[in-house]
Design a protein around this ligand. Structure first.
Ligand SMILES: [Zn+2]
Length: 281
């Protein structure tokens, strides 16, 4: 009998579990690609990235992707039709969704980053400016304040915010799962991060991504009351005309994604992940 690579009685590592889940995921995506034609589902697909080209100390989920792979993905978005790249910030306009009911059926894609990694300024921004792709960086304010070498400093945040096509949003004050916070802590997380970021960059901050994808109706309503008008979740799906602007689905891209998988994710072959409940970041 062939070995499955996991011996009875030995502990299964987090890395092995991730590998098995990905193998199952790839099989489901290939099956989806076979059963549908390869045209993308129309709608607004929001890509979720974290770090690019950085070697992170603990990265079992592959949230830091290679610079070469990222550049290739952005060239696909910028240079190939029928994809249209839009700013996450622009999704405040209902027309980006409303036109989907009309004649226009092409896929729209917005690019976002979570956490506020330093490489978003030094590795990501040069590629995006060259290809004229707008992007949004959701920053956890305490990561900036704590001075970790992985994350943007205050001056780097200001520099990034001043670049063309860049929008800064909030990713909470301390990266807590917001659905687990009491009302007072929830309000503080939403207000503190927004006020800090606004002061640092000198611009209004009205976009949010929920840390760990942790959101429920109470959190969504608190975000609206705190002044946010757009928010991204970690629910993997495309957004159509009926989507709540404070509950926008996003599609995570990770280091293990080949060009083939990236194209499958754009086309909707990985949208079965909408049923998954937990998210790493
Ligand atoms: Zn995060």
């Amino acid at each position: 009998m062939a070995s499955l690579g996991i011996q009875c009685g030995s502990p299964v590592s987090r890395q092995e579990i991730v590998s098995w889940k990905r193998a199952i995921g790839r099989a489901l995506a290939e099956a989806s690609a076979l059963t549908r034609n390869n045209r993308p589902r129309p709608g607004v697909r929001i890509l979720m990235y974290h770090a690019v080209g950085s070697r992170l100390a603990d990265d079992p989920y592959g949230i830091s992707i290679s610079l070469q792979g990222f550049r290739q993905q952005m060239e696909i978005l910028a240079l190939e039709q029928p994809t249209q790249v839009v700013s996450f910030d622009a999704l405040q306009s209902a027309s980006y969704f409303g036109q989907l009911h009309g004649q226009e059926k092409r896929l729209r894609v917005a690019v976002t980053f979570d956490d506020g990694y330093k490489d978003n300024l030094f590795a990501v921004a040069p590629i995006m400016i060259k290809l004229q792709i707008p992007f949004t960086v959701f920053v956890t304010s305490s990561f900036i304040q704590n001075g970790s070498s992985d994350y943007l400093s205050a001056s780097e945040l200001s520099e990034l915010a001043a670049l063309p096509g860049v929008t800064i949003g909030s990713h909470g004050a301390t990266h807590r799962p917001l659905a687990k916070c009491d009302d007072a802590t929830l309000r503080w997380e939403l207000d503190e991060s927004r006020h800090y970021l606004q002061e640092m960059i000198g611009k209004s901050v009205t976009a949010l991504s929920y840390p760990h994808g942790s959101v429920d109706e109470r959190v969504r309503d608190a975000a609206r009351q705190a002044g946010y008008v757009l928010a991204g979740t970690s629910c993997f799906d495309i957004n159509g005309a009926s989507h709540d602007p404070l509950m926008l689905c996003r599609c995570e891209i990770v280091a293990q994604d080949s060009e083939r998988v990236f194209r499958q994710k754009l086309n909707g072959n990985w949208d079965w992940k909408r049923w998954r409940a937990s998210f790493p970041a």
